[in-house]
Write a protein that binds this ligand. Structure first.
Ligand code: MRU
Length: 362
């Protein structure tokens, strides 16, 4: 996607062999990139959310392994790099999917061939992510067109939570890919953007992306979605996900579950867009998904731009009050209307997933 007319991916290999990423912790106030020179740099970037979003976490970890192999391609170094990168964030399964893929590609090779092969494999993971997200966009566009055809007037109003746009992937995004395609195709679309407390990925990243592409959107407080649905102002919801279990339960940014409940109560279709790298075939249900607990500081403090242009972090609670910050929740499959994947649209169930991914489910 483009920023100020220039096409970007979220992660790329530099001519000097280092990796460069967009620092998402500083958006929307500053567009700054960061250079990652080692596996430890990649692990830190994932942990501090310089990069975030399930597919991009996986892509960054893959390049982390490649940087590790360039420094030392021994079996011990491969195992250590995978362990360090795998411990960065617990919920997004794409991280482990990418690390397993790197391990499979490298462990059978002689040590001397590993570094080059690792960069090739990491680049393939990135290129495939772009194509997979593009295909999610194509299949999701059909859902948006069908919904728009039932409306007599006005734009199609889509609600989304957190950021599942191109910033969360290598390009295109998952939940936002169909929206970009609908907008580009001239289908009138307007997006209700949940602010997504506590880190505000909706207000800071989704609104930034949509604005940069010219997609009409409105930021709303997380608590406003139910009210808008009751008043017929939401035609459908689309969110991304960090992990889908075998039975179709979905982990996504905290607050997704409440939106799905409100959507069910108001007969608003609730779609989840996902690449197959987000399916955890090993876990039977969402009860087993590890939920990341992050620092309460993310809740008790906020960062923003002051009128004088300075960027400041301020406290928003009385000193001494403790906070709790679970970063994800699980939406049961029964609340989800359908999954939008790179292979098409299916029911949110084991049968639905197996119908599109029979080999992968074995
Ligand atoms: O904590 P984050 O910002 O990494 O959480 C991101 C999300 O919850 C996204 O919705 C999810 O990763 C899907 S991204 C295509």
């Amino acid at each position: 996607m483009k920023i100020a007319g220039r096409p970007y991916r979220t992660i790329w290999l530099r001519p000097d062999g280092a990796i460069e990423v967009i620092d998402q912790a500083r958006l929307p106030h500053e567009f700054v990139t960061e250079v990652l020179n080692s596996a430890a740099d990649c692990a830190r970037a994932i942990k501090t959310m310089v990069v975030r979003g399930a597919p991009l976490i996986g892509a960054t970890a893959a390049y982390g392994v490649a940087l590790a192999m360039r420094a030392d391609a021994s079996d011990a170094a491969l195992t250590a790099a995978i362990a360090m990168l795998g411990a960065t964030r617990p919920t997004a399964v794409n991280l482990h999917w990418a690390l397993r893929r790197m391990e499979r590609a490298l462990s059978r090779l002689p040590v001397s061939a590993r570094a080059d092969a690792a960069f090739v494999e990491a680049a393939a993971i990135c290129d495939e992510d772009v194509e997979v997200c593009r295909r999610i966009g194509v299949h999701g566009l059909a859902c948006l067109k069908a919904a728009a055809a039932t409306k007599s007037a006005g734009p199609l109003n889509v609600l989304t939570h957190c950021n599942a746009g191109w910033l969360a992937t290598v390009d295109w995004g998952t939940a936002l890919a169909p929206i970009y395609m609908a907008h580009d195709a001239g289908l009138g679309v307007h997006v209700w953007v949940d602010e997504t407390r506590p880190r505000n990925q909706g207000a800071s990243l989704t609104a930034y992306e949509l604005g940069a592409h010219g997609v009409p959107h409105t930021i709303i407080a997380d608590n406003a979605g139910g009210h808008l649905m009751q008043h017929g102002k939401v035609d459908l919801c689309i969110v991304g996900t960090d992990r889908v279990t075998r039975n179709g339960d979905v982990a996504n940014k905290i607050g997704t579950y409440l939106k799905a409940l409100a959507a069910k109560d108001n007969d608003v279709p609730f779609y989840v867009a996902l690449p197959s790298s987000t399916i955890d075939w090993q876990l039977a249900s969402g009860r087993d998904i590890p939920i990341e607990e992050r620092s309460a500081d993310e809740l008790l403090q906020m960062t923003g731009r002051l009128a004088n242009g300075d960027i400041a972090r301020v406290a928003i609670a009385a000193p001494g009050s403790p906070g709790a910050n679970p970063a994800f929740d699980v939406t049961p499959a029964r609340l989800i209307s359908a999954f939008i994947t790179e292979r098409g649209v299916c029911a949110a169930s084991e049968e639905g997933l197996k119908s599109l991914f029979p080999k992968e489910s074995e």
